[in-house]
Design a protein around this ligand. Structure first.
Ligand code: FAD
Length: 494
């Protein structure tokens, strides 16, 4: 007999609910615990997983394998070519190992939920118990409902209910202990699993040598790195987070999103740690920076809640159905300029170049480039959503989709469509000295003063031009007006 834990987006030993329960069950049955991870190239394709994210996952699996091996627990990783064959292959392995119990943490995306349902049924049909448990959110989808028993679709009241719920159920923040050691005999019995290696990335998700060097030095994998980053952030920057988080030139945010997305850090651990730093020992009151950070981590829970309750957002549909009929542009030249950071709007270009270079972009800039794509270029927001997934190391369907819904005014955000970010004002406000722009747009690095935000409009066009920096691909005022009338028209259509 054996108990198996199936790793997915929960690549850590510490504070992992399903893994902990699997270990407890194995212990009570007196049988070994085995862990598996399935590499599914077709899932990577279907979910547009970026090569940098695939690389991060595979490197993290090395860490997980080593940590588990120290506990005499094997991690077996296999590539399964057809995504529809994943469940069948897991069942085969369970039968081969004589396993009677499978554990996994739930994932809320539609494909994943369906797969889990099929897996549960398959196990049931074959006399195996499967437990799928909620773990990724602090407050799981389904736990909160508004006074009228309806689902919240607006963040602020949802967040108030979220804080109240956690305070009333403080055990939600309890830590799930790391699994216990297997009996040493497991080493011999599963020798081949201990000796198996982590597969290479699928051909079309491989990084070049240059990319490997660049990304790997920026993004060390695994939960120990995540814990250390969290510790350092809480000790050094958490208190000032509220005042500094919007300025992309500052390293004021946690850069933990990659760890939340891969599950190398549990949201529970993050919230518990932040709360422990607060003088009130609560999620609210006390230090403003801590409260703000907690509310940001809660956005991640919120977007999972939206995904779970309105699953059609997974099917390329806007959250607000009335926005379905907007007539988008599909200008490939402008889209290419946006992707490459050559729009002639320095703040937009700096941000896109940060994304292309790092697999990461500051949150303020994600909002600026998102709004620019959807409103100034009137490009279908799904093109931007897709490009982000294909390039972000922290690509997470729910947060990305939610973020794009916010930018295009098609999502849960109650603000009306006519709130259009002015990239120039955003730039002047959040990168006042132009430090972020100068870092990412070297063509402009010698431009002094506030001409950095608008070199052609502020008398420094000659320098920009000489260095090959493009003029604006669209005019701000004209595109704003076009967006307003196109949105209005779309909303008026049946
Ligand atoms: P911090 O400021 O330190 O925040 C801590 C954590 O809270 C983050 O790591 C993240 O898990 C969560 N968080 C913060 N802001 C948000 C938010 N607005 N929505 C959801 N969660 C949030 N985040 C992703 O993790 N993956 C994505 O694919 C993603 N795509 C986005 C696309 C758009 C268009 C926008 C506007 C935002 C997107 N975000 C996404 C949210 C946010 O930009 C990132 O989580 C944040 O920039 C990560 O940096 P950090 O870890 O330093 O964040």
């Amino acid at each position: 007999d054996a108990v198996v834990h199936w790793f997915k987006c929960d690549l850590r030993l510490k504070d992992n609910k399903a893994l902990h329960l699997a270990s407890e069950t194995a212990k009570s049955k007196g049988v070994p615990l085995i862990c598996i991870y399935i590499v599914s190239p077709q899932d990577f394709e279907a979910h547009l997983t970026s090569p940098v994210r695939v690389d991060f996952i595979l490197r993290t699996l090395e860490v997980v394998k080593e940590d588990l091996a120290a506990l005499d627990i094997p991690l077996y990783v296999e590539t399964v070519g057809k995504r529809k064959a994943v469940e069948g292959r897991i069942l085969e392995l369970l039968q081969k190992w004589g396993a009677s119990h499978l554990f996994a943490n739930v994932e809320y995306e539609v494909d994943e939920l369906r797969r889990e349902a099929r897996m549960v049924q398959m196990c049931l049909d074959n006399g195996i118990v499967m437990d799928v448990v909620p773990d990724t959110c602090v407050v799981s989808p389904g736990e909160l409902a508004s006074g009228q028993g309806k689902q919240y679709s607006v963040y602020s009241p949802w967040f108030r209910a979220w804080v109240k719920h956690v305070h009333e159920n403080i055990k939600l923040l309890d830590l799930f202990e790391t699994p216990e050691k297997n009996a040493e005999s497991a080493r011999k019995r599963f020798k081949d699993l201990f000796e198996s290696s982590i597969p290479a990335a699928p051909e079309n998700k491989k990084l070049s040598e240059e990319e490997k060097k660049r990304f790997r030095s920026m993004w060390p994998p695994g939960e120990h790195e995540a814990q250390e980053r969290l510790r350092k952030f809480c000790d050094e920057r958490l208190g000032q987070y509220g005042a500094h988080r919007n300025f992309p030139a500052e390293a004021a945010t946690s850069s933990l999103s990659v760890h939340f997305a891969s599950g190398t850090l549990s949201a529970r651990t993050a919230i518990r740690t932040a709360r422990d730093h607060n003088s009130t020992k609560k999620l609210d009151g006390g230090n403003q920076g801590i409260q703000t950070w907690i509310s940001e981590v809660a956005w991640r829970d919120f977007y999972k809640h939206v995904l779970a309750h309105w699953p059609y957002v997974c099917m390329n549909k806007p959250f607000k159905p009335e926005y379905t009929n907007i007539e988008w542009e599909y200008n490939q030249e402008q889209f290419k300029a946006w992707c490459e950071g050559k729009t002639g709007y320095p703040i937009v270009d700096a941000a896109m170049r940060q994304l292309n270079h790092c697999g990461y972009m500051h949150n303020r800039c994600r909002m600026i480039v998102g709004s620019f794509l959807a409103k100034h270029l009137l490009l279908d927001w799904r093109m931007g959503e897709r490009y982000f997934m294909e390039h972000l190391i922290d690509g997470d369907f729910a947060s990305n989709n939610g973020g794009w819904g916010f930018c295009a005014s098609t999502g849960v955000d109650p603000q009306p469509y006519f709130r259009i970010f002015n990239p120039l004002l955003q730039s002047e406000k959040f990168d006042a000295d132009g430090e972020y722009i100068r870092k990412w747009v070297p063509e402009l690095k010698n431009i002094e003063g506030n001409a950095i935000h608008d070199p052609f409009g502020r008398g420094k066009g000659d320098i920009a031009k000489k260095n090959g920096y493009p003029e604006r691909i669209v005019d701000h005022k004209a595109s704003r007006e076009r967006a307003l009338s196109r949105y209005k028209e779309g909303l008026g259509r049946d």
